[in-house]
Design a protein around this ligand. Structure first.
Ligand SMILES: NC(=O)C1=CN([C@@H]2O[C@H](COP(=O)(O)OP(=O)(O)OC[C@H]3O[C@@H](n4cnc5c(N)ncnc54)[C@H](O)[C@@H]3O)[C@@H](O)[C@H]2O)C=CC1
Ligand SMILES: O=C(O)[C@H]1O[C@H](OP(=O)(O)OP(=O)(O)OC[C@H]2O[C@@H](n3ccc(=O)[nH]c3=O)[C@H](O)[C@@H]2O)[C@H](O)[C@@H](O)[C@@H]1O
Length: 443
């Protein structure tokens, strides 16, 4: 099949590459000329494990191409994916200017029937708006389908190639057949393609992300309560996760959820609820709790240093919003680092993949070559991302390098017993701290 993918970010590039891998002819279109130039030279603009092999293979085998020209990209395409940004607009709802802008441009360019697919996360009713924007100037028949994407960054290729399910919103039998054929190689193991109407498909995406954000937030609140009552959130996680009705995944308490999607999608669903005069109270709590959770360690750090961070040297491990990505959008590390700097601390930071992106936003941090370099004479270490390489460090070496053996861990990386044996003062989330009882009153 001949496919066009408009927008080559995390979703578009993975979608285009994976559909090329299943034998389709794919052209990816992006307005960012510098990005397209890099892609044409065989250079990946993002870090996404496993993508490089597929990317290079499909370029070499002539199934994957890149262009800045929408006309060239969509010529003869049977399916046109819109994988464009939908950032929060001024009022918190998803900004549709990228999607509707491209939809408007598409109308006069279509020469044959095509299926236009909303791959971006878009509010209920967007497929109808996209259809109207194209129809205003279209000379041929077309269908608009909602096909939300559920991939996670860091495991995007695996998620895309072996989806738990594929959701397709359409009322057109022709479009249904086209989409069924396209996805057939990805659902061979029996995972379902679920057909529904466009509005339900659009809503499914927001329901999924908001539910996951809620699940994490619930555990973060349990963690906060654990600290007060003297329980251990990791035990609670194991205790409830084994109940198949609850499930093991997405129960890890921590420094709050970040990323380009949970924060914006929860906000957008809250906005949709408001527009339809429904008070979705849970979503407001999720957002408020998560905002606090991201700043949760700061009062503990302040208290540890008797309220004065001036001249303190703080090492930071992890900048990305999660491991296995270079993405720092809404990453908890960022606002914590800014607060530390504002209060007079010096920050030395290390992340295996996200330092280049962070440097563009925060310049007055020393970015180091290794995790251990960041510990040089540090008065404390703060951990924001659970990269595997941080999980089993050489504690003796850390103790030698640091000025003081103190760790504030936003990801609960270490067993309490293990870390105490090495003589560290260790603050984590929802678990006992050496001087927890003194700290209880600051939450
Ligand atoms: N990042 C993720 O893990 C996931 C994102 N989504 C959704 O997918 C959509 C895209 O997200 P990302 O890929 O993360 O965005 P991104 O910001 O990484 O990429 C978007 C791309 O679109 C390009 N673009 C903007 N205007 C354009 C235009 N007029 N013509 C051609 N290209 C244009 C940009 O240059 C950029 O390369 C969003 O709606 C997001 O909510 C859904 C599932 C997962
Ligand atoms: O719409 C999207 O963009 C995507 O958003 C999330 O994927 P992603 O943001 O890439 O990453 P997640 O693995 O979901 O993590 C999101 C945030 O939640 C945090 N998290 C996750 C799991 C957990 O147990 N605890 C926890 O704090 C992570 O640290 C991270 O900050 C969803 O998992 C995807 O299904 C969805 O397609």
């Amino acid at each position: 099949m001949k496919i066009a993918v408009v927008g080559t970010g995390y979703v578009g590039l993975v979608t285009g590459t994976c559909f090329a891998e299943t034998g389709n002819q794919v052209i990816c279109v992006d307005i960012d000329a510098a990005k397209v130039a890099r892609l044409k030279q065989g250079e990946l603009p993002i870090y996404e494990p496993g993508l490089d092999v597929l990317f290079h293979r499909n370029i070499e085998e002539d199934r994957l191409k890149f262009t800045t020209s929408l006309v060239e990209g969509i010529k003869d395409a049977e399916v046109i994916f819109l994988a464009l940004p939908t950032p929060p607009g001024e009022n918190g709802s998803a900004d549709l200017k990228y999607i509707l802008g491209v939809a408007k441009d598409l109308g006069p360019l279509l020469e044959n029937y095509a299926v236009i697919v909303d791959k971006s996360t878009v509010p209920v009713g967007t497929a109808e708006k996209v259809r109207a924007a194209i129809a205003a100037n279209a000379k041929v028949d077309f269908d608009v389908v909602s096909n939300p994407e559920f991939l996670r960054e860091g495991v995007a290729v695996e998620d895309f190639m072996k989806p738990d399910r594929v959701v397709i919103g359409t009322s057109s039998e022709t479009a249904k057949k086209v989409m069924e054929k396209l996805y057939a190689p990805l659902v061979r193991q029996g995972n379902p393609v679920i057909f529904m109407d466009e509005r339900s498909a659009e809503m499914t995406k927001y329901a999924a992300n908001s539910f996951l954000a809620l699940k994490i937030t619930f555990m973060n609140e349990i963690a906060n309560l654990c600290e007060k009552v003297g329980a251990d959130v990791d035990d609670i996680r194991r205790g409830i996760g084994t109940d198949s009705r609850i499930g093991k995944r997405f129960l890890f308490a921590g420094i709050g959820y970040g990323g380009s999607c949970f924060p914006k999608d929860v906000q957008a669903l809250a906005k949709t609820s408001q527009e339809y005069d429904y008070d979705f109270r849970m979503l407001n709590s999720v957002m408020a709790v998560n905002d606090d959770q991201k700043k949760k360690l700061l009062p503990i750090v302040r208290k540890h240093f008797d309220g004065n961070l001036k001249g303190k040297k703080i090492a930071v491990w992890g900048l990305a919003f999660k491991p296995h990505t270079d993405d720092i959008r809404e990453a908890p590390a960022l606002e914590n680092i800014v607060a530390l700097l504002e209060e007079g601390a010096t920050v030395l930071a290390y992340d295996p993949e996200a330092m280049e992106n962070t440097k563009r936003l925060i310049s007055n941090v020393t970015y180091t070559h290794s995790a251990y370099d960041a510990l040089d004479k540090a008065d404390a270490l703060m951990i924001f991302t659970e990269w595997p390489q941080f999980r089993t460090p050489d504690f003796a070496k850390m103790a030698e390098l640091m000025n003081d053996k103190v760790i504030f861990d936003g990801r609960n990386l270490y067993e309490l017993k293990q870390i105490r044996e090495h003589g560290f003062l260790y603050y984590s989330i929802g678990r006992e701290t050496q001087n927890l009882r003194e700290l209880i009153n600051i939450y």
